[in-house]
Design a protein around this ligand. Structure first.
Ligand code: HSE
Length: 312
């Protein structure tokens, strides 16, 4: 028996909710953009790395997928359940350090595939905690804003409480999220180190007002208020220096009619949001010509992915 699971990319932070919001997304052309993990029984534990973005990843026990297998086995043993040797195959289809939750895709696909293989021994919250631990080993701090939407789909608000890590929020289903990965590397670790340790009281208040305004508007489906609230006072002002051409691109994309433009996660991927398909298509063309730094960059027009990780 084998189990294959796909886990979608996501936009962490969504500008307005640093470490607190994340949105799973999928291209409107039906492409599966994210990672696929296959799990099957074997004579001994094995890891196989395939796909289009393998060159910067370890293909041995240092890979996050192998680490996820070890963590899952340990969790099974702690709950006195038997383990079997596993062959685990990662099809890595998105670049690392892209700001699209690349490591989250690998971790989520692995742990969901293993949980399915073993007939779901763990609950969603137990799995989410395991996912958070794996993600934090890579990025240097515990934040769920990629793993939660990647796993559970849609727009997730991190509550970070012992018995409730995340809460699903209503999404604007007619909004297109155009994403552009330029092909420059920005590690989450480096993008976190550049942030100040302390913020002023006025920044704190502005952050709270924007996030509260966005969540309130999401529940009332008030698009104007929601997208006016998508302002990043925490990370973007400090991170633009790491991302070539970000600010110029942002102002052009706003002039083109997008409702909001920001950095996806810790960058360098940029997102632009609009409810008008023609604007999304024009933005995608413009980004393709002006934002990408090499032929390995890419642009996709996406919508919210309401499903999250799924068996394929
Ligand atoms: N929220 C994280 C950050 C990255 O902006 O540093 C995405 O998990």
């Amino acid at each position: 028996m084998s189990v294959s699971v796909f886990a979608p990319i996501s936009i962490g932070n969504l500008s307005v909710g640093f470490d607190t919001l994340g949105l799973a997304i999928s291209p409107i052309d039906g492409k599966l953009v994210g990672d696929i993990v296959r799990v099957e029984e074997a004579s001994h534990n094995q890891f196989v790395l395939t796909g289009s973005h393998t060159s910067k990843l370890p293909d041995d026990e240092n890979n996050i997928v192998w680490q996820s297998l070890l963590a899952f086995d340990q969790a099974l043993e702690q709950s006195e359940q038997a383990t079997v040797p596993i062959k685990i195959t990662l099809e890595k289809n998105i670049p690392v350090s892209s700001g699209l939750g690349s490591s989250a895709c690998s971790v989520v696909a692995s742990l969901v595939a293993l949980n399915e293989f073993y007939h779901r021994p763990f609950s969603d919250i137990q799995l989410l905690k395991l996912m958070g631990e794996q993600e934090s080993a890579i990025s240097g701090s515990l934040h769920y804003d990629n793993v939660a939407p990647c796993f559970l789909g849609g727009l997730q608000l991190m509550l970070n409480k012992q018995n409730q890590i995340t809460q699903k929020l209503p999404v604007f289903e007619d909004v297109y999220w155009t994403i552009a990965y330029p092909d420059v590397e920005v590690s989450t670790k480096a993008a976190r180190e550049i942030l100040p340790d302390n913020y002023s009281r006025s920044t704190l208040i502005e952050f709270g007002q924007n996030l509260a305004g966005f969540i309130d508007a999401s529940y009332r489906q008030d698009k104007t208020q929601a997208f006016n609230s998508i302002v990043d006072v925490v990370a973007e002002p400090h991170r633009t220096s790491l991302i070539p051409n970000f600010l110029e691109s942002k102002s052009t994309l706003i002039e083109m009619g997008n409702l909001a433009v920001g950095i996806s996660g810790s960058g360098p991927t940029l997102f632009a949001a609009t409810d008008d398909l023609a604007t999304a298509q024009a933005s995608a063309l413009w980004l393709n010509d002006h934002y990408l730094q090499s032929e390995n960059g890419f642009v996709h027009i996406c919508k919210a992915d309401l499903i999250g990780a799924r068996k394929i």
